[in-house]
Design a binder for this molecule. Structure first.
Ligand SMILES: Nc1ncnc2c1ncn2[C@@H]1O[C@H](COP(=O)(O)OP(=O)(O)OP(=O)(O)O)[C@@H](O)[C@H]1O
Length: 257
């Protein structure tokens, strides 16, 4: 099967610092793929390179066999790549339901005139947005916060809002940068359940960066380990967990259980 997302020999320099070296990735449709590695290994840089925040110094990036290297972040998002950020990127002065609704507008096509004349197409699409936003809020268990400002929500719920917003555009692949950062153990268990549900309901592939091993091992089919910008191991969870190089890279730093 051809990969949904294909990255070949990607290298990136920040000035004299080689942050990513000869990086390769193949994510199949519906695959849940994990990226782990010590702090500063280059994980977020890889997300930023693939999603168009930076253009790699070298390499190829293809989504559904179309080149996405060098495109703008919004073009890449429109082609089916959704993401969340390590430090939440929410709109501070907007309530939850508006966050989810706003995210849909990237897809709507009735135009300004249609909106001005309140055309039938416009009203139909608005209804669809409202229904879809409602469904997403249910799925991510944030319905009870619909009218609240995002900044007033518990941290775990803010992360779920960010994820619901990313899903509003129905991406083919969803990038999650440390989705459980700062979460309580209860919120973590809830997040595992929600990601499984999202994966099942939307047939979406998921590429995630995570430090919490329980989460990665439980969810991912394939895991890559990155150290100093290079992949030192790739395989299923049980293989990665017992790989001596991976254990050494993490020794004393992370909990491998
Ligand atoms: N915009 C930038 N300019 C210069 N150097 C950068 C930039 N972004 C990241 N780096 C450097 O690139 C390296 C990789 O950083 P990156 O944030 O990708 O690591 P990470 O694996 O995501 O770390 P963490 O787990 O702490 O989030 C680090 O040495 C970092 O200081």
């Amino acid at each position: 099967m051809t990969a949904l997302l294909h990255v070949e020999n990607m290298t990136h320099f920040f000035g004299g610092l080689r942050a990513v070296h000869n990086y390769n990735l193949n994510i199949a449709p519906r695959q849940i793929f994990g990226l782990i590695g010590p702090n500063g290994a280059g994980k977020t840089t890889i997300f930023n390179l693939i999603t168009g925040v930076y253009t790699p110094t070298e390499g190829k990036i293809r989504l559904e066999n179309k080149n996405i290297k060098g495109l703008e972040t919004n073009q890449i998002a429109a082609m089916g790549l959704g993401r969340t950020f390590q430090n939440l990127a929410l709109w501070r002065h907007m309530n939850v339901v508006d966050h989810i609704r706003m995210a849909h507008y990237a897809q709507l096509d009735y135009g300004l005139l249609g909106a001005f004349f309140n055309s039938r197409a416009c009203r139909d699409q608005e209804n669809r947005v409202r229904e879809n936003a409602h469904r997403l809020m249910q799925l991510f268990d944030i319905e009870k916060y619909a009218d609240d400002l995002v900044t007033s929500l518990p941290y775990g719920a803010q992360r779920r809002v960010e994820m619901a917003r990313a899903m509003a555009t129905k991406p083919k692949v969803l990038f999650l940068d440390e989705p459980t950062a700062g979460m309580t153990p209860d919120e973590l268990v809830k997040m595992i359940r929600i990601i499984r549900q999202v994966h099942q309901d939307f047939n979406v592939a998921i590429f995630l960066i995570e430090h919490r091993m329980k989460f990665v091992m439980e969810l991912c089919e394939t895991i890559q380990t990155l150290v100093f910008g290079e992949v030192i191991a790739q395989g299923p969870p049980e293989e990665i967990q017992n790989n001596p190089q991976v254990i050494e890279a993490y020794l004393g730093k992370e909990d491998m259980t």
